[in-house]
Design a binder for this molecule. Structure first.
Ligand SMILES: *[C@@H]1O[C@H](CO)[C@@H](O)[C@H](O)[C@H]1NC(C)=O
Ligand SMILES: *[C@@H]1O[C@H](CO)[C@@H](O)[C@H](O)[C@H]1NC(C)=O
Ligand SMILES: *[C@@H]1O[C@H](CO)[C@@H](O)[C@H](O)[C@H]1NC(C)=O
Ligand SMILES: *[C@@H]1O[C@H](CO)[C@@H](O)[C@H](O)[C@H]1NC(C)=O
Ligand SMILES: *[C@@H]1O[C@H](CO)[C@@H](O)[C@H](O)[C@H]1NC(C)=O
Ligand SMILES: *[C@@H]1O[C@H](CO)[C@@H](O)[C@H](O)[C@H]1NC(C)=O
Ligand SMILES: *[C@@H]1O[C@H](CO)[C@@H](O)[C@H](O)[C@H]1NC(C)=O
Ligand SMILES: *[C@@H]1O[C@H](CO)[C@@H](O)[C@H](O)[C@H]1NC(C)=O
Ligand SMILES: *[C@@H]1O[C@H](CO)[C@@H](O)[C@H](O)[C@H]1NC(C)=O
Ligand SMILES: *[C@@H]1O[C@H](CO)[C@@H](O)[C@H](O)[C@H]1NC(C)=O
Ligand SMILES: *[C@@H]1O[C@H](CO)[C@@H](O)[C@H](O)[C@H]1NC(C)=O
Ligand SMILES: CC(=O)N[C@H]1CO[C@H](CO)[C@@H](O)[C@@H]1O
Length: 545
């Protein structure tokens, strides 16, 4: 447990805990703001409520806050029917697994072959159809999850503009966070972060190229898992970069996120990068890790956890509370039996800060990867075939708000005259493997014989992004009451303010999720910050209302 002073010092906006009331005299119905998978599963098993009840309650909650926060863009019109079918399966004794009958929201760049649109927030893709579900969506359905709807995002997963705002898309409008009026929800998985935080579904899916899961997870007070690139299929997910994109869970607890990861991880014939998964190789006896079982209280015992002080910035007057809370968290790791190794610095970090190699990789991948997505569409109402088409549409269709929101990312991708098979690309890619590898995270893990590295989540994404490594963020605290309000670059959102949450991230080698999940869980169980940092607005509809 975390000491009282730790919490008293750093959380601000208390709201009453969601009600836990008695619906069935022998079972307490969990309040949906914090309901866990285990609580929901227990209620479904005991017959205290049905999956249809869950769909009713979650949709009611979405409609309560959507007008204020704009976090969900579409609700699946089939959700009620799917819930009924899954309730019938359960009644007949067929339970597909732990996710059976649990509603999940997915980011609006993950396609489904149903009534829902998949647009990355762009008007050019409204009405477009795909030949089948994205593999991660199909895996969730097979596991019994109900795809409840689509969440808003930073348009094109933040690969459009240099002067837009997090959580804004032309078709979805502006998403806001729930911890301060006008809060920057971060991005690009903005709506997924807000929705998981407010209990608008059991959990959500996000996608990350560099920060897009863990950053909105941090500011929305939730757990986000950014899996190793290739652990989860990207097939039929609107891409940025095949070398850096990944799909992962965003949930209120580490264990809930682990349940989702368990369902979506694995090889896929439609995404060749998944054939690198070590436990999916033929000729080995490796089996799929059990990420849920990895959630044990003693997971940190005897582990060596490094802190690369040269890669996490330095405290200033305004950021001191973040560092104080982070340093207090290191004591929690120690109390859980870990050895914290200080100054496990990244030797090439200054070169990394100078480098434009990641920009080159993303800009080079985006054109061909986007064209590959578009060529798979079975109905393409605006005839979008490549990035030139998308840019032209964006610049000529007024709701896209050009030029107030420019197309700088599209422009830089189109300006490149080499492809992601040319030597220019490979030298940038290989330089990244050095900066994040021997000169960065992997070098530190080896030199100091570490099991993982921890950093404030604000510093977690870049080095792991360029080497395709995994990150898990866990709630750590919130900005204190005397924090000055800081606005975003565009001036239309509140980026930092009293009560806005922040997180701590666990980083490791590629494919090291099983270990990281355990470390994150052992920390979460001893810190329990999520339930004391409260939103200023949250829905009141509960199961049975
Ligand atoms: C209440 O829960 C018990 C088991 O905990 C179950 O047997 C009973 O059917 C439930 N009643 C209702 C009304 O759901
Ligand atoms: C969300 O709210 C907006 C209005 O702000 C509305 O247009 C939209 O239909 C709502 N979405 C859902 C899924 O209800
Ligand atoms: C998808 O977009 C079309 C065209 O705007 C709209 O008619 C339809 O309702 C959308 N689907 C959902 C599930 O909202
Ligand atoms: C996977 O790799 C094989 C061999 O290079 C290639 O033929 C195939 O098109 C690839 N599949 C996808 C979905 O990219
Ligand atoms: C592994 O073996 C199975 C069964 O023989 C086969 O279907 C599959 O394609 C193989 N996978 C790879 C990556 O070679
Ligand atoms: C796999 O297991 C079998 C039977 O236990 C064993 O004979 C074989 O050597 C193992 N293979 C590898 C690659 O570990
Ligand atoms: C690591 O970085 C910190 C912060 O820049 C610095 O104070 C410290 O001396 C460095 N330690 C080593 C071993 O490089
Ligand atoms: C960073 O770039 C500047 C300007 O190009 C250069 O002077 C400096 O040496 C570079 N630093 C590193 C560590 O590469
Ligand atoms: C660009 O978009 C405009 C408006 O939608 C359209 O009239 C024009 O044909 C497009 N140009 C190209 C080259 O696609
Ligand atoms: C965004 O960029 C465009 C074009 O570069 C410019 O016209 C516009 O004023 C900028 N808007 C803001 C809010 O910075
Ligand atoms: C790209 O443009 C540069 C400068 O115009 C030229 O030197 C280079 O050969 C071009 N590369 C390719 C692959 O076209
Ligand atoms: C698709 C959808 O529901 N879009 C709505 C999202 O929210 C904005 C307001 O910001 C509405 O204008 C959109 O119609």
């Amino acid at each position: 447990m975390v000491s009282a002073w730790f919490l008293a010092k750093f959380f601000v906006a208390f709201a009453p805990l969601a009600s836990v009331y008695s619906y069935n005299s022998s079972f307490s119905i969990p309040g949906l703001l914090d309901a866990t998978a285990d609580e929901l599963i227990a209620g479904l098993e005991k017959g205290a409520f049905t999956s249809l009840d869950l769909v009713h309650a979650y949709v009611g909650r979405i409609l309560e806050v959507n007008e204020t926060l704009h976090m969900v863009v579409e609700i699946n019109p089939d959700a009620w029917e799917i819930a009924k079918e899954l309730d019938e399966e359960r009644a007949c004794g067929k339970v597909r697994g732990p996710l059976h009958g649990l509603p999940v929201l997915i980011k609006n760049n993950i396609a489904t072959a149903d009534e829902m649109n998949n647009t990355a927030g762009a008007w050019s893709l409204i009405g477009a159809k795909v030949p089948r579900d994205a593999t991660v969506a199909a895996k969730l359905r097979q596991a019994g999850a109900i795809l409840l709807g689509k969440t808003n995002l930073s348009q094109w997963a933040n690969y459009r503009s240099s002067n837009s705002s997090n959580g804004w898309s032309a078709h979805g409008g502006q998403t806001y966070g729930a911890y301060y009026p006008g809060q920057d929800p971060s991005g690009s998985s903005s709506g997924s972060g807000v929705s998981a935080s407010l209990g608008l579904a059991f959990a959500t899916l996000g996608t990350e190229t560099d920060g897009s899961i863990i950053s909105p997870s941090q500011v929305n007070n939730i757990v986000g898992i950014k899996p190793t690139v290739g652990l989860t299929s990207r097939a039929l997910v609107i891409p940025i970069s095949e070398h850096q994109d990944t799909v992962g869970p965003m949930a209120r607890t580490v264990k809930d996120a682990a349940y989702i990861l368990q369902a979506i991880a694995g090889p896929d014939m439609y995404d060749n990068y998944t054939s690198a998964i070590p436990w999916a190789q033929n000729g080995t006896n490796a089996t799929k890790p059990n990420y849920v079982a990895a959630c044990t209280l003693d997971a940190l015992k005897g582990k060596r956890i490094g802190v690369p002080r040269n890669a996490i910035g330095t405290p200033s007057a305004s950021t001191a509370p973040l560092y104080a809370t982070f340093n207090a968290a290191l004591d929690i790791l120690r109390s859980a039996g870990a050895t914290v190794v200080e100054n496990t610095n990244y030797t090439a970090y200054n070169e990394y800060l100078n480098s434009t190699a990641e920009d080159t990789v993303l800009a080079t991948d985006f054109g061909p990867n986007l064209a590959h997505y578009l060529e798979q569409l079975t109905y393409n109402p605006n005839n979008m075939h490549n990035l030139q088409d998308v840019r032209n549409f964006t610049q000529n269709f007024p709701p896209e708000q050009y030029p107030s929101r420019n197309t700088a990312a599209f422009d830089s991708a189109l300006a490149l005259n080499f492809s992601n098979t040319d030597p220019e690309f490979w030298s940038a890619y290989q330089y990244n493997q050095y900066l994040g590898g021997p000169g960065g995270l992997l070098g530190a893990l080896t030199t100091y014989n570490l099991d993982a590295i921890v950093v404030p989540t604000a510093y977690a994404s870049g080095i792991s992004a360029i080497i395709g490594g995994p990150v898990i963020t866990v709630p750590l605290g919130a900005w204190p009451a005397d924090t000055p309000v800081v606005r975003n670059r565009r001036g239309d959102l509140v980026a930092r303010a009293p009560g806005v949450p922040f997180g701590i991230s666990f980083l490791g080698r590629r494919w090291s999720e099983e270990g990281l999940v355990g470390f994150a869980y052992a920390f979460e169980m001893r810190s329990r910050v999520r339930r004391v940092v409260r939103p200023y607005v949250f829905p009141g509809v509960e199961i049975g209302d």
